[in-house]
Design a protein around this ligand. Sequence first.
Ligand code: BES
Ligand code: MN
Ligand code: ZN
Length: 499
Amino acid sequence: MKLSLETRDLARARADMLVVGRHAGEARLSPALQALDGALDGLLSRVLAAETFDGKAGQSSHVYTNGRLAAPRVLVVGLGPKKEASAEAVRRAAAHGARRARDLGAVSAAMFLPGEGVPARQRAQAVAEGAILGTYRFDKYLKEKDGKALGAVAVVEPDRRQQALAREGVRLGEIWAQATCAARDLVNEPANVVTPTYLAGRAEEIARAGRLKVRVLERDDCATLGMGAFVGVARGSQEPPKFIHLTYAPRGRARKRVALIGKGITFDSGGLDLKTADGMLRMKDDMSGAAAVLAVFQALPRLRLPLEVHGLIAATENMPSGTAQRPGDIVRAMNGLTVEIGNTDAEGRLTLADALAYAAKEIEPDEMIDMATLTGAVVMALGLGLSGVLGSQDAITERVLAAADAAGERMWRLPLHEEYKDGLKSDVADLNNISSQRGGGAIVAALFMREFTGGIPWVHLDIAGTAFTEKELPLGPKGGTGVAVRTLLTYLMRLAGKR
Ligand code: BES
Ligand code: MN
Ligand code: ZN
């Protein structure tokens, strides 16, 4: 999809479909809609009245302009109540409007969605994101594709004083959304395609395109470095594991050094502690954290932030076989801690333990953030609409939550409750990878991982409930959601001192 800024007013904006927002519960049309209605001799207000269109989110109506406007059709979309106006309401209206315009056969759209009180940059960014995310599809394996496609979207900003901000918003929105779609693609690809080798290949492509540094460590390299926890998980699989290390370095001095770590289990069968058929069904999505990291590195070169950013992915399958790790095995992680394998299905924390220990030792970042489809327990705690956030320090945790809020991704903090650490005791090793106590599984997993952070400020996002959706959402279809990408980009931009 081609994105641009349309600086002409609504009557003169040229596109197959002019998409205009309307807030709910307003007796009168907005001045912008009134002007259009006037040019159309009141057709717009008659149609809206006849269809009892009142501007609720998800509502839309369209009329034909019969040569009275530059655009042949106008689609009015609901923005929801004015007092609940937000960038997210604009984003959702844009997604709905773009989808509807496409389904009505439009190839180009000009969108004017003035969320009350939302600043121009954020508004334009939200429209760009909504249009791209809302029309995302993963149909490469279908013989019969829906041929309709919205090829171009222009964000309308007729106010000259706002156009520089709006232009920046369109640029960022395009980067944010394209990165999110790249993550969705990686998650939607099946596990027979997305292997650890495939992820390493993608990392190398991303590095080449963005002139980034990339290092891929093979199994033996990882063993030599002492990553016994990661290598142990990989033992059962025929696919060779890959430890991926991407680096973005700014031209000038870096303000901060950050490590982003993504869980990269390309398929989680559970290992010898085999999952049930139902439990295994969607475990191709167990590399969603890795997908988010790769997507961020795809976007970083276009942002030129004064940050040094490292991306780490310990990629492997978790499979049962004659060579697989057994329950009861003891492994040694890179920071020297020994771990008794209480359950081979708690593999994510083992691979992340070595990635965190590697970061702490080899990179010494100022802070680190990991993204992982880590526990079924976070789904019990927070459901499918919220990612869990656990952090070793309040300041960085609050900053991640604020970035999520600004990006429109829903997240909720869970406590690293110290007393639950007792459950991770082992009689024969420094730690067990599962708890002997009931409940609080998302917290327990995070407490386990904290042991490998070397005291570096760290935030963990448990995206097990949010990385994949079984029902269509306002911003995208069933499948991978690309969660955490927009939050991370927003977080990094703020860390670099930009709004
Ligand atoms: N990848 C799973 C977590 C998961 C569950 C993600 C459901 C998405 C949906 C993880 O590796 C896992 O198997 N966790 C176990 C841990 C348990 C054995 C302590 C779980 O949550 O059941
Ligand atoms: Mn598992
Ligand atoms: Zn897993």
